[in-house]
Design a protein around this ligand. Structure first.
Ligand SMILES: [Zn+2]
Length: 203
């Protein structure tokens, strides 16, 4: 630890680690960072925060890693109920939910497991739900050049549930529709009906 936190006001410097800042934060909210349960909290919190924001370090090329395949299939591909956990950039509080991602192949498909990883790459950053939804759609559009991409994101925000309006049961839905999903109502309807079919065919 570089600097011992004290009650006097010390401006954080660029040299402070996240753990140092967290130690200072514990003091600022009126806690005693020396008590047993909190002794290692700054280090644990740093580790957690680094994981929750690890999306900044990820890049699309190493995620896709060649998992693009020529395929004449032109039926809609849908990956639904992709869990995600993100942090709102306005309050640095979690928001989480599910994302449904679809595309219309244009002689090319992507390994299905890559889609949740693309979601994680953007979710593990400070985010807005609207931007997260669009970034996933636009990234798939760039990588696959498909005939269209549709993304629907359903989320619940801790900043709404725990503070402010305290609406524990309200959800937020955002969507991004590109290409055929934007132009054709039938395509959107097909996507929506596949996504809302709640009874799973496998069990
Ligand atoms: Zn918020």
């Amino acid at each position: 630890m570089k600097s011992k936190p004290s009650a006097v006001k010390v401006m954080p410097s660029h040299e402070d680690s996240i753990a140092d800042l967290m130690q200072n934060l514990l003091l600022k909210i009126g806690e005693d960072p020396e008590r047993q349960g909190l002794v290692r909290t700054p280090q644990r919190a740093e580790k957690a925060l680094r994981f929750l924001t690890s999306g900044y370090e990820m890049d699309i090329a190493s995620i896709v890693n060649g998992a693009l395949f020529d395929e004449t299939c032109d039926e809609m591909v849908v990956v639904k109920d992709i869990e995600f956990y993100s942090m709102c950039e306005h309050h640095v509080l979690p928001f989480f939910g599910t994302m449904h991602v679809a595309y219309l192949p244009n002689n090319k498909v992507i390994g299905l497991s890559k889609i949740p990883r693309i979601v994680d790459m953007f979710a593990r950053r400070l985010q807005l739900q609207e931007r997260l939804t669009h970034q996933v759609a636009e990234t798939l559009q760039d990588v696959l050049q498909p005939k269209g991409v549709g993304v629907i994101c359903e989320a619940r925000h801790f900043c709404m549930m725990m503070r402010g309006v305290e609406k524990q049961h309200s959800g937020t839905v955002t969507s991004a529709m590109l290409g055929g999903f934007r132009e054709r109502k039938e395509t959107r309807d097909e996507f929506l009906s596949l996504v809302s079919a709640r009874n799973h065919p496998f069990y």
